[in-house]
Design a protein around this ligand. Structure first.
Ligand code: GAP
Length: 548
């Protein structure tokens, strides 16, 4: 059986197939592209929509069964991408949503400081423990997890080491650029793309929000932001939903939509892009219930990714260390996937964060920003929740008025499962990509049938003798229920090969026996085996297979 371990898959080959088969194209390609932006082609759009619809169905329309055996309560939302900029002040994004960045004054290139490592130029294996004279005068920087950048830095280090009469160790000492030890040592560092030392600036914080202007006047008073997450749109509407829908805590608000981050170093295909889609759920619960719900959503979300056909062995949980928590987060666990570019390690796919009451509080009290002139202006929206069930219980228990209030009024805590829809597309592409020398295409996309962009190919064996008409009739009967493609061009082998690369699970061929006996062949994508079924049974066959 072909290998499903992403470690054995080539990212270059996956990107090439995505372009060749219409999954993902570089944005503005005819103008040389634009770094960090991608367009989803016909098959990529279908795949993305399938994942999106599955999330919406299993989050909003048919939400999971909660710990008490009843379905949990979740409603949907579609909020505006641009909101009042004060929302982003209050949320902490204007002040705190940034990455440390270094610039190269020579090449004008910009790097994320936490992704740059530096290598020493002397041999630490010589046993002396001493650095040779002059060696500390050079440190060579390269991009973390970029093999080419490492090779280049090593070459430069070797050249320099030779000049001062030492050799570079096979495993040279490597430090993160942001390491405190390098304070003051920037003048000695040779940047990833330069030959001379001292061109890298010290790290500076760089805000990731894209700015725009609302209305005709382009000054600070008209400045607005493209949302970097959909979550804030949910918090801004928490009161509206509470007041207009029959929901009570605990409940969730879910939203899918575009988000924008001016990433310093977009990379790894669609893994980190500047425009992407998020699928976010904000789950509002009583503070003392929050540990239970954190645990519930953590496992529920892992189950959901497995339901997409992602193998268990390629997914792991990773708890965040305290120093990597986002500014709003009390606890966070990532669901990680073994991408070809992280293997044998794993990279983030979804974060499940315990946001406490940070956001609802922030939008009530607001934050002070001296520069903006919005000092001391708060939204003043009342985010406090009166829990009537708790109030009733407290009354029945004979508690005092103060005790009843304390037991039943609170700002809900929020558990947030937030996943990248476009990152989910990448995971399914990596997971499905399967090399197989035995077939003409040498590769096929092994999507779980219900997520495949095309569910069935319908082929007349030859484009004559009445076969196209029968194939067309079959197609017309199926097209409302399944995404099908009818194809009469080229040899049957080439048509199968095309469908293998598109990941189409079943192909039905109309041949001479169809005309005489009413049966068609059905070819299974994964096994390449063929069987004959009655043409009247095709719809039932597909319904059973796609539903699995
Ligand atoms: N509201 C919480 C939030 O936005 P996040 O960890 O910053 O949390 C959630 O983002 C998810 O969004 C990530 O787990 C990842 O799947 C996806 N994501 C984040 N930045 C991305 C980017 N630049 N490109 C593609 N996906 C991204």
């Amino acid at each position: 059986m072909p290998d499903t371990d992403p470690a054995s898959k080539s990212m270059e080959a996956i990107v090439a197939l995505c372009k060749r088969r219409g999954f993902v194209y570089p944005a503005s390609e005819i103008y040389g592209g634009i770094n960090g932006f991608w367009d989803y082609g016909p098959l990529g759009t279908a795949l993305k929509n399938n994942i999106r619809d599955h999330w919406w169905k299993h989050t909003v329309e048919c939400p999971p069964i909660g710990p008490d055996g009843e379905p949990v309560s979740i409603v949907g939302l579609d909020s505006s991408i641009i909101q009042n900029p004060r929302a982003w002040e209050a949320s902490g994004h204007v002040g705190g949503f940034s990455d440390p960045m270094v610039d190269c004054t020579e090449t004008k290139k910009r790097y994320r400081a936490d992704q740059v490592l530096v290598m020493v130029s002397w041999d630490v294996e010589d046993g002396s423990g001493d650095e040779p004279n002059g060696a500390i005068d050079r440190l060579f920087a390269f991009n973390d997890s970029d093999d080419k950048s490492y090779a280049l830095a090593r070459k430069k280090a070797e050249k320099f080491a030779k000049k001062i009469g030492v050799t570079v160790a096979s495993n040279p000492t490597i430090w993160p650029l942001t390491h405190a030890e390098f304070d003051g040592a920037y003048q000695y560092i040779v940047g990833p793309d330069t030959e001379t030392p001292g061109t890298l600036t010290e790290p500076r914080e760089f805000n990731l929000m894209f700015e725009t202007f609302v209305g005709a006047i382009r000054d600070d008073s008209a400045k607005a932001y493209l949302r970097p997450e959909t979550a804030q749109g949910i918090f801004l509407n928490y009161k509206n939903v509470l007041d207009t829908m029959r929901v009570k805590v605990p409940f969730g608000i879910a939203q899918i939509g575009k988000s924008f981050r001016n990433e310093v170093t977009p990379r790894n295909f669609i893994f980190r892009s500047r425009e992407f889609e998020l699928m976010e759920l904000e789950w509002f619960c009583a503070p003392d219930d929050s540990p239970k719900w954190y645990d519930f959503w953590k496992h529920e979300r892992m189950r959901w990714w497995e339901s997409l056909g992602v193998s268990k062995s390629n997914l792991v949980f990773r708890d965040h260390a305290e120093d990597e928590l986002a500014h709003y987060s009390k606890m966070c666990v990532d669901i990680e996937y073994k991408y070809p570019f992280t293997a044998p390690g794993y990279g983030e796919l979804e974060g499940v964060a315990h946001r406490g009451c940070y956001d609802l509080n922030a939008h009530t009290r607001g934050t002070v920003n001296d520069k903006s002139g919005w000092k001391n202006e708060f939204s003043n929206a009342k985010m406090e929740y009166l829990d009537q069930e708790r109030q009733q219980k407290a009354r029945e228990a004979g508690l005092s008025k103060e005790e009843i209030n304390a037991a039943s009024k609170y700002i809900p805590n929020v558990i947030e499962p937030a996943s990248g829809l476009t990152r989910g597309v990448l995971v399914l592409l990596c997971e499905a990509y399967t090399e197989d020398e035995s077939r003409p295409s040498k590769v096929f996309m092994k999507f779980k049938p219900r997520f495949a962009p095309i569910k069935a190919g319908i082929f007349p064996l030859v484009n004559k003798d009445g076969m196209p008409e029968v194939a067309q009739k079959l197609y017309m009967g199926l097209r409302e229920k399944f995404t099908c493609q009818i194809d009469a061009k080229q040899s049957i082998g080439k048509r199968y090969a095309r469908m293998d690369e598109a990941g189409t699970p079943y192909c039905f061929t109309v041949d001479g026996d169809t005309l005489s006996g009413g049966t068609v062949t059905v070819r299974d994508r994964d096994s390449q085996s063929q069987e004959r079924i009655n043409i009247d049974q095709v719809e039932k066959f597909l319904a059973e297979k796609i539903g699995e």
